[in-house]
Write a protein that binds this ligand. Structure first.
Ligand code: ATP
Length: 643
């Protein structure tokens, strides 16, 4: 873990105990991380940096570490607070121009050549002759300015943002401008995933523990404790994903203490448990052989994690931990009616589904997506919503995560009441034979659902696993039965000009999956099917402002040649007939074979604006689908003998 020598990030003038963290030290750390492709090295560099921050923080000061960690994950607040960067290119180009005296045209020309505005900013700065050395930037100064930029809105906000960025850039030296600009763009692109920051934090805390320890640790002890510490921090953060609480507790109480102090808390959304796809009922029975399981309707709506605090506050969070209370004020209003008096505080996992109250029928997701996303007024709502609760994660001061699903479900049913058309429990059946499951699947589809969720009911295998795509939850969608297994969520990275009737819009698109380990987009297919004319226009309107001249540096292009590139921002759900190896595309390259994997006959299903690009399908999932398909084909050949 000692790859980074202190001198590497120690800068002129020193970084003294109790002094603010120099931004130069962080920028140097980023540049070292960016310079290596080896994950272990990246991790060691970050661990050493965070160790230094811990060592040099004044006693009782969690702020230095907190801000350093936020800048490493390029966030300014926990997800659910939603203070976001993602400043447009034109503002940044303007600020780079103003702080370096270069013209917008020159900067744009450089950008076309380099494809990385961070690099352009750094080169522009470093080629500029300055008389005075600017006062060094510090982490707290950069952090508070980034926050101010993110929070600036309304009239004249553009000018204000340009002026703050210009001031920041004017003080930049060495690598600093590169990372400040990339932070502002919303992506650091150093190949350091958010979860590796958590690992580095855990390891830095273990190293601090060793330093405090009066006894000398053996190497084996250190290795064991590093692993244990990492597991503890992962589990703590998945229950309480907010560094605002985790870091102060970690510094005050240490790793074992943080486990005790930081638990699921209403008001802080936890990362939801996810399911693995299955293709056939037989597969479900194989997986859950001799275990008790339940099948539930898989409702076609939007995931809603509903929290109620002791003080009566109700909040609804999305799959991505965004606060949706303003999108669903009707849900917030409806809820008190279905809570029993004994229920003081809770966290519910549920699906919000568009519902036709005149005939008591579920409506498809398309209806739900017609609702406004922000500042909805209850009196204007035309598409009504019913909440289908399928899990209870917290009740009256106690976390239920480590109870079997059967018990959580009992508690759910005991503490809530059905209100027709407004609140219900997910319909379930604990039937166990193929015929029973088949019957229930057909019923779910007839009622307007996507299929079934099959879940383990008892033992520790049925505990709620935050943020995990778990084999203890299987999804069985009607679409899969004939197809590959699951739809994919892919990022739109390129466009092809349309022909004939489609000349004023893009006629086809280049899609990519996302590798969250290397923070890289990998191309997977060209898609031109499944779009109505109206849809193509909508896509054009959304994607046009995202056009860029060159593929961004974190797109692994392969042989794809679209007419135009986009900033990777938009996620689509896509179906495919099957997967094949490809000499052109780069998805999952090296996982199954040297070649990448591509989708055959991809078809557009819908826009997934409830997903960020980092939630897009990953290369491992694609490799898994490919291998499953290969196995199924082999199976068929084996059984039928007709090849
Ligand atoms: P999908 O594209 O299938 O929605 P996803 O990546 O959002 O995928 P998955 O784990 O694949 O999430 O599928 C689970 C999703 O299905 C949940 O996020 C939830 O929104 C929805 N859902 C509907 N009914 C249920 C249910 N009874 N139990 C759990 N999830 C359900």
């Amino acid at each position: 873990v000692a790859l980074l020598k202190r001198d590497d990030v120690d800068i002129e003038g020193g970084w003294k105990v109790g002094a603010p963290v120099p931004y130069a030290a962080l920028a140097k750390t980023f540049s070292l991380i960016e310079a290596t492709t080896k994950r272990l090295e990246k991790n060691a560099i970050l661990t050493s940096f965070l160790s230094l921050v811990i060592q040099r923080s004044a006693k009782n000061d969690p702020t230095s570490l907190l801000q350093a960690v936020y800048l490493c994950i390029n966030r300014l607040s926990p997800d659910y607070v939603g203070i976001e960067l993602g400043i447009g290119e034109s503002i940044l180009v303007k600020a780079i121009g103003e702080s370096t005296g270069r013209s917008v045209a020159l900067i744009k020309a450089d950008l076309k050549k380099e494809g990385d505005l961070g690099l352009v900013a750094m080169n522009s700065k470093n080629n500029q002759k300055t008389l005075f050395k600017p006062k060094p930037l510090t982490v707290p100064y950069v952090f508070s300015n980034l926050r101010e930029i993110a929070l600036t809105s309304g009239n004249a906000s553009q000018a204000k943002k340009v002026s703050i960025i210009t001031k920041l850039l004017a003080a930049c030296q060495d690598f600093e401008a590169k990372y400040i600009v990339r932070s502002l763009e919303g992506k650091l692109r150093i190949g350091n995933a958010e979860r590796s920051v958590l690992v580095a934090l855990a390891q830095a805390a273990v190293l601090a523990e060793r330093e405090r320890s009066p006894k000398k640790w053996s190497q084996d002890q250190l290795v064991a404790r590093l692993e244990e510490g990492t597991n503890i921090m992962r589990s703590v953060y998945s229950e309480l994903p907010t560094y605002d609480q985790v870091i102060p507790a970690l510094l005050e109480f240490g790793i074992d203490g943080v486990r005790e102090k930081c638990k699921l808390t209403p008001g802080v959304p936890l990362k939801p448990m996810l399911a693995k796809p299955t293709k056939a009922i037989g597969e479900v029975l194989d997986r859950f052989e001799n275990k008790r399981f339940t099948c539930e309707y898989k409702y076609d709506g939007e995931r809603a994690q509903v929290h109620k605090l002791e003080d009566g506050t109700v909040a609804v969070f999305s799959r991505n931990s965004e606060d949706m209370s303003k999108k669903y004020p009707d849900l917030v209003d409806q809820l008190p009616k279905c809570i029993k008096e004994s229920t003081k505080s809770f966290v519910l996992d549920s699906e919000a589904v568009a519902f036709d109250r005149s005939n008591g029928k579920l409506m498809p997701f398309q209806e739900l997506s017609r609702r406004k996303r922000k500042d909805v007024k209850v009196e204007d709502i035309t598409v009504k919503v019913c909440l289908f609760a399928f899990d209870l994660l917290y009740l009256n001061g106690e976390s239920l995560l480590q109870l079997p699903l059967s018990r959580r479900r009992e508690l759910l049913r005991e503490h809530f009441t059905v209100v027709p058309g407004e609140f219900d429990f997910a319909k379930s059946s604990d039937g166990e034979t193929t015929d029973e499951i088949q019957g229930f699947l057909e019923e779910s589809v007839k009622d307007g659902c996507e299929g079934l969720m099959v879940k383990m009911l008892d033992t520790d295998a049925s505990f709620y696993e935050p943020s995990r795509r778990s084999v203890n939850w299987l999804k069985l969608k009607k679409d899969y039965l004939a197809g590959v297994g699951d739809s994919l969520d892919l990022v739109v990275v390129g466009g092809y000009y349309g022909k004939g009737k489609r000349t004023n819009v893009y006629g086809a698109f280049l899609l990519a999956c996302y590798d969250s380990d290397s923070e890289e987009f990998q191309t997977i297919c060209k898609i031109g099917t499944g779009f109505s004319e109206e849809m193509l226009q909508t896509h054009y309107d959304t994607l046009k402002p995202l056009e860029v001249a060159k593929p961004r540096g974190d797109i692994k292009v392969g042989g794809a040649k679209p007419d135009i590139w986009f900033e990777p921002k938009v996620v689509w759900e896509v179906l495919t007939a099957d997967l094949s190896l490809s000499p052109i595309y780069t998805a999952a390259q090296g996982l199954v074979e040297d070649r990448g994997i591509s989708l055959r006959f991809p078809r557009f299903l819908r826009i997934r604006d409830d997903k960020n690009v980092d939630d897009a399908t990953g290369p491992e999932q694609i490799a898994e689908m490919y291998e499953r398909q290969a196995l199924a084909t082999k199976g068929k050949k084996g059984k039928g003998g007709d090849g």
